[in-house]
Ligand binder design. Structure first.
Ligand SMILES: Nc1ncnc2c1ncn2[C@@H]1O[C@H](COP(=O)(O)OP(=O)(O)OP(=O)(O)O)[C@@H](O)[C@H]1O
Length: 267
């Protein structure tokens, strides 16, 4: 669970301060997707950076799983981010030399013990996550051998490697065509529900947010609760299935949180 409690962030702007996030209030419970949309420059990336604990607010509190992060020093903040937050950036940023499986395993190794048993557990979890995003068959491929949509799905699986309770997704479809983008958003929503994470999905593409549990619009740093999107009828194409989408969806549907092997990190 994440809660932003009247969070404000400003940047230096000449001899003044620019208010990028203005007293933002939001809560995302486990198993829910909150979509945030808004025009360019409205503060969406700044909001994500605050939720990711990459930047401290000027005022207000960011609370993750009942931990008031304003009370934490830099090391504790970094540890909480590593243990509880998964981030899917706009561009996959995969390491060119590593296979899909290795991208995930390396993520687990950054924070976990290095015994043989732990390494085996991480590999099992990596394979289960690749299966959940429909890519187990491509586990040994490097990024250059994957499509854009497949790279973004590896990116999503990697973000879930450390069993985060908060998943932050930044414009996941910006580099993809409509169908591949829809497949990635489908996966984000399904895995949110199945793995019981709290997900903040930022997108300027309103169709990406049709499947969110709630939607807020950001304008000039202010968040507005905008539930009208939720009552919009689903379009035909939202229900359509391309091969990729159907495969991704059914793969995710066959996995449950309990069924996924744990990475066996020491928390
Ligand atoms: N590091 C910074 N220093 C100063 N101003 C910044 C900085 N980062 C962002 N801003 C300003 O803060 C405001 C919010 O920017 P932000 O990137 O959060 O918006 P956004 O909604 O994510 O935009 P986009 O959709 O174009 O990515 C903008 O006016 C931007 O110019």
């Amino acid at each position: 669970m994440i809660r932003l409690d009247k969070v404000t962030l400003t940047y230096p702007d000449g001899d003044r301060r620019l208010v990028a996030v203005d007293h933002a209030i939001l809560t995302i419970e486990h198993g829910k997707v909150l979509g945030v949309t808004g025009p360019s420059g409205s503060g969406k990336s700044s909001l994500l950076a605050l939720a990711a604990l990459l930047i401290r607010p000027d005022s207000g509190r960011v609370v993750i799983d009942n931990v008031d992060t304003s009370t934490l020093d830099g090391d504790a903040l970094a540890a909480l981010r590593r243990d509880r937050v998964g981030i899917v950036f706009q561009q996959p940023n995969l390491l060119p030399a590593l296979t899909a499986r290795e991208q995930l395993v390396v993520m687990g190794e950054l924070s976990g013990p290095s015994s043989r048993a732990h390494r085996a557990a991480r590999r099992r979890r990596a394979d289960a996550l690749l299966d959940a995003v429909g890519l187990l068959g491509q586990a040994d491929r490097r990024p250059a051998e994957l499509s854009g949509g497949q790279r973004q799905r590896v990116n999503l699986a990697r973000a879930l490697m450390n069993e985060p309770s908060l998943l932050l997704v930044d414009e996941p479809t910006s580099a993809l065509d409509r169908e591949r983008g829809a497949a990635v958003v489908d996966l984000v929503v399904r895995l949110t529900h199945q793995l019981d994470v709290a997900t903040l999905l930022v997108s300027h593409e309103q169709s990406d947010l049709d499947r969110a549990d709630a939607v807020h619009t950001m304008v000039d740093g202010r968040l507005r609760d905008d539930r009208s999107l939720l009552s919009r009828p689903r379009r035909e194409e939202d229900a359509c299935t391309t091969d990729e989408r159907a495969h991704a969806s059914s793969a995710a549907g066959s996995t449950t949180h309990r069924a996924l092997p744990r990475a066996e990190r020491s928390r």
